[in-house]
Every structure is written in structure tokens, then in C-alpha cells.
Design a protein. Sequence first.
Length: 102
Amino acid sequence: MLWARYGLCAGKPLTPWSSIYCEKLESPGTKAYSVAAVKEMFKDFSSVTTMTVLSPGDMLEGAAGRRHQGTMLTIGRRLWPRGFLWRYFSSCGLFLLIEARA
């Protein structure tokens, strides 16, 4: 949803996810990491397991911050295909869970 609003609808479809997260997600400087980047960061650990899961933000549940208001968000919340996302895209969410063992 963030990319749709701040990338596609803003006429900037090539804007990297990391830039959108850093500038628009929660607070300035919020970072996003790929699984490959996390594995590189934790390469000195004996074991690293990652799992990506849907977050309340992915599901458009709960209140959004002050910067994320408006008619389009209200409509999006009502029409968002939560069941479809849970069923077919449950591992494509915003939260990246990391378990690392020394």
C-alpha cells in the first residue's frame, strides 16, 4: 500500500522500497532489509533462520499514523482482500522475523 501511494500514484514507480520505508513508514530513518541482507549481517552466527509474515499494516488493520489519512485509505481498508492475502501471500509481509544462534 505504501508503494502504491508514494511510488506508483506519486508518479515514481521506480522508487526503492528502502526509500519509501525510510521516509514514509513510521519515523524518519526506518529501515527495511531483504532476507539476503539479513543473512549477510548475521553471517558470523552459526545459524540464521528468517520468516516473513503479514503485519497489521499489510492487512490495513488498526489506525495509521497522521501522515496516512484520507479517503483512499478509508476505501482501501474496506475493500482490502484480507482473506485472499492470508491464504495466498501470508509469507509476503512487512515483518521479517530473525532467529540467530551464536
